[in-house]
Design a protein around this ligand. Sequence first.
Ligand code: ZN
Length: 313
Amino acid sequence: MHIFDLHADIGYDVLQKRKQGLQNILKEYHVPLWKKGNVKMVGMASYFEGTETWEDMCEMITILKEEIAQCEDLVLVTKQEDFQKEGIYAILTVEGMCGIQDHIAEKIDWLYSQGVRIASLTWNEENMLATGCKGSPERGLTPLGVQAVKRMQELSMLIDVSHTNEKTFWDIMNYSKENVIATHSNAFALCPHRRNLKDEQIQAIAMQKGIIGMVSAPYFVHAQKEYQNCKQLVAHMRYIKELTSISTLAIGFDFMHFFEGYEDIHTQGLKDPSTAQTLIEEMKKQGFTEDEIQKVAYENAYQKVKAILCNAL
Ligand SMILES: [Zn+2]
């Protein structure tokens, strides 16, 4: 079964490994795992924690693009026709826009021109645009953030709310016209972590025909280690399906196997992309039909992304 992984911090890993003098990073370290796990499409994130500059953002995105271009197994998707090409599809995403502090529309236009089609305004921090989940609960989207949301909308980019605090979430919802998604978050009702979504948030995303990528990073699956397994991750899926519908569900693993010190931190059975089909097996076990699994694993996210691909610039 093909899988679309909406969130992997590939830009970060590529930059780190380049700094160590390594080359062909995607081909050597990532493609084999995607192939083994039948991962057909990947949201490749350039990830910024809050201290990076605009130049830092440009550097990571440029190097990631270079790596994708060098790797014949990959197809960078920026328009619908790209799906006619053979390979593993790469969609550029940005996690956190702390480097954007002025010339908002111009800089978002640059991201778009590079191929970025999904982006979040913040990681966990407060920045010039918005407030992440570790920021003040009273602070939401800023006036500059409103400009960012509006420009993203004009370009049909998808706005990722996985890391926003609740106020920013609802502020974005006020401006959004069906372009909000959460690339990697689970249900707060089953695992009360600030990175997970409350019922009203899940329903609001579903109302706007958005999607939510179920995340396998263990802390968002369950607070206790013994329950950080596929069974519990699929329980999140069942919960969101019942609360909304099967159309809301997608996958955004957020595997951490390439982060130093995090090599062994994962939900049981889901170590890296090569093990992705383990989740599919668990969905079968818990009664999801073939058609439902196909939707969650690939189709829902694929259709959502495909619909926004157009040449706006
Ligand atoms: Zn994240």
